[in-house]
Design a protein around this ligand. Structure first.
Ligand SMILES: Nc1nc2c(ncn2[C@@H]2O[C@H](COP(=O)(O)OP(=O)(O)OP(=O)(O)O)[C@@H](O)[C@H]2O)c(=O)[nH]1
Ligand SMILES: [Mg+2]
Length: 695
């Protein structure tokens, strides 16, 4: 593919509610533009962009799919995003680098939760957008119902740019409201499009929709506004100019129609993308900071500027190694050169540059400002990093990813795979910023966290396929702790003096609760030499060993002050070991008499939900033993703050999604520990004893 100048590049992200047909539509666009020879299908696992085995197995997109196509002198980079919420991180990445968004709407379902979410994300990045009412061939498809819904939810700046010709099984194409021509697609693998006059039966409707479009376009441009108010007619070029300006400034969001699966209306969509959506040059300079001075840096997306690029995706592949996807924000980058990673302060060797087309990497010699490309085997560069010239450095705001909200414990099915699993998890974390894995020492489990059950299911599949380790996922253990509520004194006496060298250690310990959430304190109050100085460190060591092992249910002990105040010794048989054992006995004995209790972690939770779900959400939190701290309005939503035992929250991502039809979001962090209610503590202790007996 030849190098296109910046003003001839279009970066467009496809976003929607899950399954609105993004990947199928991208496939049709690539096919019609001649970028691919075969028109693949999602249901057959043959599309260009859902090539990953985890995607073909489930028939949903999981990763950003990137592919370029050439259309009438332009290069269009498609960024196909997943619709399922579990993979929202990919959407965030794509929207950070794209210059425009196409939001797809299913012509039967209309505006869905995921449509609103995509709209909201596009707002966050102030991105120009168009809407594609897709699946026009489906039974019950209704373009105008979808259009009305869009206008109702997002506002009257959403206007039709096309009027469909036929619908459902009879869907054939659309009238372009600017050129006032009918475009009839042959469909399927036939690329033929007949351009004809507007069908007479649509004339009135077309006129009405065109008037609306012109009114919207006129508002975007002062000169046109004046003309409009004076009642003068517009030329086709003027409408196009007003529309492009309106889209760029977010004042107009045009709506088109298509059927990706049947390949109808697709060339006209490509025409609209190249004619009316902004190029990287139109989007203006990127704002960053100088990594050393902290001064603001502004970089125009032009080849004559110093080079800078933002990394939006890193893929770990066991065969090719690491693949880094980036967008050139300014300047240009050549193959076989160098780039400076301004976040890490490191030089990176740049080998062959590629234009990714699904899983195929096409070599390119140079990447222009505004374009998207990939490079293999960078050493330190991670998603969100800025690559630039060392002499002219800049750092761009990294991509903001939502924190993981759903956790499970992961374990290898086969003994001995621990090493493989930990290196696999490490690699997966590198490629997915919404995925975390960490060892919980309190429960001796490896905890994986992500955006939902499907996300972690995919992680488990990847570990098997890429790293050859089979794993099982289960609900994590709660990291309980043990403490005491009163004081007790106890003797620990370890004596074995039959035959050979004997053992003798004898201590008296006093245990007291510690205030202020302090963990542990050891006080030596021996007067004289009842326990000789040389053995006292062994006593403390013995106590510390029990602290991590626990006494009641095997959980770490916290909040205990231990005083060694008496004991005795034997001049020959005493040893460090004997005193350690004596300390174990005294500590355990005293602990059991000092009203031991279990503590559980309490999470501070913040849930954001639309008003109508508030009651259900609060009811559910109460059922989870939560304490509601307060709520406050935020836009059309409510933010509920609560303290909830962590053990009740492991599956909250799923519960909240079903309670709010996916409209609720939340975040949480462990806040403090509290005593487990007695009846629940009993269960925990019994379970621990059973497990111990089973070992
Ligand atoms: N009738 C009809 N079905 C379609 C059309 N486009 C896609 N489909 C079907 O809808 C399902 C989802 O299509 P995809 O292209 O995977 O949708 P998507 O938006 O990429 O899905 P996610 O990436 O998982 O969010 C598949 O079964 C497609 O065959 C269309 O234009 N008409
Ligand atoms: Mg898809």
């Amino acid at each position: 593919m030849k190098k296109y100048p910046t003003d001839r590049i279009r970066n467009i992200a496809l976003c929607s509610h899950g399954g609105a047909g993004k990947t199928s539509l991208a496939e049709a666009m690539l096919f019609d533009a001649g970028a691919i020879d075969r028109l693949g299908r999602v249901d057959e696992g043959t599309t260009t962009l859902d090539y990953d085995p985890e995607e073909t197995k489930r028939k949903v997109s999981i990763n950003i799919g990137v592919a370029p196509l050439e259309w009438k002198g332009h290069k269009v980079n498609l960024l196909d995003t997943p619709g399922y919420f579990d993979f929202v991180g990919e959407v965030k990445s794509a929207l950070r680098v794209t210059d425009a968004v196409a939001i797809l709407v299913d012509a039967v379902a209309g505006v869905e939760v995921g449509t609103e979410l995509a709209w909201h994300f596009a707002d966050e990045q102030s991105l120009p957008r168009m809407v594609v009412v897709n699946k026009m061939d489906r039974e019950n498809a209704d373009f105008f119902k979808a259009l009305d819904e869009l206008r109702e939810v997002f506002g009257n700046h959403v206007v039709a740019l096309q009027v469909p010709i036929g619908s459902q099984a009879g869907f054939q194409g659309a009238v372009d409201l600017i050129a006032m021509k009918a475009h009839l697609s042959a469909g399927g693998t036939q690329k033929k499009v007949d351009v004809t006059e507007v069908p007479p039966d649509l004339a009135d409707l077309v006129q009405e929709m065109r008037d609306r479009l012109i009114e919207a376009a006129a508002e975007a441009d002062d000169e046109l506004t004046l003309k409009y108010l004076e009642g003068q007619p517009f030329t086709e070029a003027e409408v196009a100019r007003g529309l492009a300006q309106g889209i760029a400034s977010g004042k107009v969001s045009p709506v088109v129609c298509a059927s990706g699966l049947k390949n109808i209306g697709v060339p006209l969509l490509l025409d609209a993308i190249t004619a009316y959506l902004p190029s990287p040059a139109d989007r203006g300079p990127a704002q960053g900071t100088h990594p050393r001075t902290g001064e603001a840096v502004s970089r125009k997306p032009a080849d004559d500027q110093p080079f800078s690029a933002l990394v939006f995706k890193t893929m770990a592949d066991p065969y090719v190694g690491k693949l880094t996807l980036f967008k050139v924000m300014s300047g240009s980058l050549k193959s076989d050169s160098h780039a400076y990673n301004a976040n890490k302060g490191r030089d990176e060797r740049i080998g062959q540059l590629f234009a990714p087309k699904g899983k195929v990497q096409e070599p390119v010699a140079v990447v222009a400002a505004g374009d998207i490309a990939a490079v293999a085997k960078l050493q330190e560069t991670a998603t969100g990093d800025t690559l630039c010239e060392e002499a002219n450095p800049a750092v761009y705001e990294p991509i903001k990813f939502p924190p993981p909200v759903y956790s499970m414990a992961i374990a290898p099915k086969a003994k001995g795979d621990e090493e493989k699993i930990s290196s696999g998890l490490h690699r997966l974390m590198e490629e997915d910023p919404t995925f975390k894995a960490e060892r919980n020492s309190a429960t001796s489990q490896t905890i994986v966290s992500g955006m939902g059950d499907l996300h972690l299911d995919v992680v488990s599949d990847r570990l098997k396929r890429k790293f050859g380790v089979e794993t099982s996922l289960e609900t994590p253990r709660v990291p309980y702790r043990e403490t005491i509520r009163s004081s007790a004194k106890k003797q620990g006496r370890h004596k074995k003096q039959t035959g050979g060298r004997g053992q003798f250690g004898d201590v008296w310990l006093e245990l007291e609760p510690l205030e202020d959430s302090k963990d542990f304190e050891f006080v030596d109050k021996i007067f004289g030499g009842s326990v000789p100085l040389q053995y006292r460190p062994a006593v403390e060591k013995g106590v510390r060993e029990i602290l991590s092992e626990g006494v009641v249910a095997g959980y770490p002990v916290t909040g205990v002050k231990v005083t060694l105040y008496d004991g005795s010794y034997h001049p020959v048989d005493s040893s460090e070991m004997a005193f350690k054992i004596a300390a174990h006995l005294a500590f355990k004995g005293a602990f059991m008499e000092a009203r031991p209790v279990l503590l559980e972690p309490i999470a501070a939770v913040e849930v954001t939900v639309p008003d109508q779900y508030m009651g259900d959400v609060i009811g559910d939190l109460n059922k989870k033993r939560g304490k509601i701290l307060g709520m406050e309005p935020q836009g059309r939503s409510q933010v509920v703050r609560a303290l909830v035992p962590l053990g009740e929250m492991f599956k909250y991502a799923i519960d909240l999604r079903s309670l709010t039809q996916g409209r609720g979001t939340y975040s949480m962090a462990v806040d403090h520990y509290e005593e487990v209610p007695a009846h629940l503590a009993q269960h925990v202790i019994e379970a621990a004893q059973k497990e111990k007996a089973g070992e």
